[in-house]
Design a protein around this ligand. Structure first.
Ligand code: 3PG
Length: 208
C-alpha cells in the first residue's frame, strides 16, 4: 500500500482519541460496520499503541494507522505496534526520515505551499492539510491546486458533517479526516450504535 491508496479506501478517516484500549475493538468494529475501514488512532494517550495492536489483531477489515506522529521514535513504535500507516500534523526532515524508515505509507501534515513543495521534492504527493479550517480551508486548497495539481490532500481540523462534502468535491482532496465520528461521550459510554450511524452517514459522502 502507498499513501494515496488510503484515499481510495474511504472518503473519511476517523481521527480517534482512546483513553481505554478495551474500547478499541468495539469502536473499530462500529466504524468498519458503518463503512469506514481506515482508522487513525492518535498517539495522544497512553492507551494508543495498545489500541492499535488490538485493532490490527482483532478487526481484520480495519486498516489502522497511527496519528499525531510528532517524534521520530513515534514512527518506529507505531510500526512495531501494528500500524499500517502514519499521519503527522506537520513535518520536519527528521520526522520525515523516520516515517520513511518505518516502511509504512505516511501522510505528512502541511499548511503552506512551501511545506508542500519541500515534500514534493522528495516525491511525496499525498499529504494531510492541517489545520484545515484554520489554515484557509476550501479556498486555500482551491488556490494550491493551481500551482500544485499533483498533490492530493486529506484536510483535517475543523472538518465535519457540515463541510465534508464540499471538501470532498475538490479536485485535490483524496479524503477528509476528523474526530466527529467518535464523540468523546459515545466512546466513554460505549455507544457503538451511534458511532456506526455516524460512520454510515460519512461513508455515504462518496458512494462506493
Ligand atoms: C487532527 O488531529 O487531525 C485533528 O485534531 C482533528 O480535528 P477535528 O477534531 O477538528 O476533527
Amino acid at each position: 500500500m502507498i499513501a494515496a491508496d488510503l484515499f481510495d479506501l474511504a472518503p473519511v478517516i476517523p481521527v480517534v482519541v482512546l483513553d481505554d484500549a478495551d474500547a478499541a475493538v468495539p469502536l473499530a468494529r462500529a466504524l468498519v460496520g458503518g463503512g469506514l475501514p481506515v482508522i487513525e488512532v492518535t498517539l495522544r494517550t497512553p492507551a494508543a499503541l495498545a489500541a492499535i495492536t488490538r485493532i490490527a489483531a482483532e478487526v481484520p477489515d480495519a486498516v489502522v494507522g497511527a496519528g499525531t506522529v510528532v517524534r521520530p521514535e513515534d514512527a518506529e513504535r507505531s510500526a512495531a505496534a501494528g500500524a499500517r500507516f502514519l499521519v503527522s500534523p506537520g513535518c520536519t526532515p527528521r520526522l520525515q526520515a523516520a516515517m520513511v524508515a518505518s516502511g509504512l505509507p505516511f501522510l505528512p501534515g502541511v499548511a503552506t505551499a512551501s511545506e508542500a513543495i519541500a515534500l514534493l521534492e522528495d516525491g511525496v504527493t499525498a499529504m494531510k492539510f492541517f489545520p484545515a479550517e484554520a489554515a484557509g480551508g476550501i479556498a486555500c486548497l482551491r488556490s494550491l491546486y493551481g500551482p500544485l495539481p499533483q498533490i492530493r490532500f486529506c484536510p483535517t481540523g475543523g472538518v465535519g458533517p457540515g463541510n465534508a462534502a464540499e471538501y470532498l468535491a475538490l479536485e485535490n482532496v483524496g479524503c477528509v479526516g476528523g474526530s466527529w465520528l467518535t464523540p468523546a461521550d459515545a466512546v466513554r459510554d460505549g455507544d457503538w450504535d451511534r458511532v456506526r450511524t455516524l460512520a454510515a452517514d460519512a461513508s455515504a459522502l462518496r458512494p462506493g
